[in-house]
Design a protein around this ligand. Structure first.
Ligand code: ZN
Ligand code: ZN
Length: 430
């Protein structure tokens, strides 16, 4: 949990504490520091959390009542936040290059309910007859999404390539039919998890099963036996020799609606660059089993991101199998991956790809089925949205506004047997 919106605001980027650090360096904990003027050491400063907690300013929470934090911790009075001490004494410290007389305490916030908010007041008067107070501090959840994209054209390497092989200017594939002299390709293997994800030579000749390049390869690529759990290397077609003006290299999930959707529930989505790269075009003879998709994820999910709390593997992939009407698929228990099935003729920013990507990521929040037929929440004087983004037929949602319904944000009841909670109330640690 973080205490203010993202990392680009004052309380998490500027050093404010007596340790000359930012106010939040650990989940749930916020250091509240009071500076007094005139600057004097040894002065007691009293602290209290605003009780009731401040009003939730969300668009879907129209009243102005305070005391609406959702965390009913033990004891329940602490839902406004808990301070480490009711007072502290000032001392001289250098903070962000300035000498201050400062006193500080630590605020503990919810470990679960994003959108809960807090304000701390500080006074040199025990009766708080005059006081200063913090800005509104709001708890956010954060998730990390490694976004991989699938080549539209390419072949597995059938032999190791690059440095250490007999001819370092070529690769061997089972079928060269998809390549032409002049094509720019990308050669990479499962070890390539950081930019530039392998190297990009140009084909100058094709002989038998070999693609031959103008320059020697500088990396090493292990073809391996990936079916047996080994490594895998691939050559993907980047720019075709015919010079297509806008060649589409990849099947890719479109994340452009993700931030807009998730911030409604106070969830920050981060897309780490490490590991966010290409994966080979992968085809199955029929609709793949979860375990086959899991194996693909395991092979290409950067080891640094795998099986860590709140980390998700998002992959764009070709939709090709007969009879499928799926737009995306998520398995959140243990696996933590999402596939977005992209139509072969789809260009970037197709509406349903945007919506499906946002929709599928929500399924990671322990929502049993997660679907609903509710209307999304409305904002006065704005175009009314259509269905909640968790409408099962997400492709039928054509409005440009992407929102949750209120139950999906706060309390979601699936049916008589299964009760589940909305995104704001889902436990941290997906
Ligand atoms: Zn769904
Ligand atoms: Zn809904």
């Amino acid at each position: 949990m973080i205490s203010t919106k993202h990392d680009d605001v004052y309380y998490t980027t500027v050093k404010t504490t007596k340790a000359d650090k930012v106010a939040q360096t650990a989940d749930r904990k916020v250091t509240i520091t009071a500076y007094i003027t005139p600057k004097m050491p040894g002065v007691p400063v009293y602290f209290r959390v605003e009780d009731l907690d401040p009003d939730d300013p969300s668009d879907y929470e129209p009243d102005e009542d305070k005391g609406d934090n959702r965390d009913a911790v033990d004891p329940p009075e602490d839902k406004a936040g808990e301070l480490s001490a009711p007072w502290a004494v000032t001392s001289w410290v250098m903070i962000d290059g300035v000498v201050q007389a400062a006193a500080e305490v630590e605020l503990t916030i919810t470990d679960k309910h994003s959108g809960d908010n807090y304000r701390v007041q500080a006074s040199v008067h025990q009766d708080f007859s005059a006081y200063a107070e913090t800005a509104l501090l709001t708890g956010w959840k954060r998730i990390y999404v490694e976004k991989d994209k699938m080549f539209r054209r390419g072949e597995d390497l059938t032999e190791d390539a690059g440095v250490g092989t007999a001819n370092t200017d070529r690769v061997t594939v089972a079928n060269t039919a998809g390549f032409e002299i002049g094509d720019e390709v990308l050669i990479f293997d499962t070890d390539d998890q950081a930019l530039p994800f392998g190297e990009s030579p140009v084909i100058v000749n094709i002989a038998g099963n070999e693609l031959i390049f103008g320059d020697n390869l500088t990396g090493t690529y292990e073809a391996g036996e990936w079916q047996q759990g080994g490594k895998m290397a691939y050559v993907g077609l980047k720019v075709d020799a015919d010079g297509e003006e806008y060649p589409i290299e990849f099947y890719e999930a479109d994340t452009s609606m993700v931030e807009q959707l998730f911030e409604q529930a106070f969830v920050e989505v981060k897309f780490p660059l490490l590991g966010a790269g290409p994966i080979p075009l992968t085809r199955w003879a029929q609709e793949p089993e979860d375990m086959e998709l899991h194996a693909l994820s395991e092979r290409w999910w950067c080891p640094a991101n795998r099986r860590k709390p709140n980390h998700i593997h998002l992959m764009g992939a070709e939709e090709y199998f007969e009879g499928s009407d799926k737009a995306g698929l998520t398995v959140s228990d243990n696996f933590d991956w999402t596939f977005i099935w992209v139509l072969p003729n789809e260009t970037a920013h197709a509406k349903y790809n945007e919506d499906t990507t946002a929709h599928e990521l929500v399924h990671h929040f322990s929502l049993i089925q997660g679907h609903c037929e509710n209307l999304a929440f409305t904002i006065p004087e704005e175009e009314p949205p259509e269905k909640c983004i968790m409408y099962e037929e997400v492709r039928d949602v054509t409005n440009s506004i992407v929102r949750f319904c209120v139950p999906h944000i706060s309390k979601f009841i699936e049916d008589d047997e299964d009760v589940d909670v909305g995104v704001r109330d889902a436990p941290d640690g997906l």
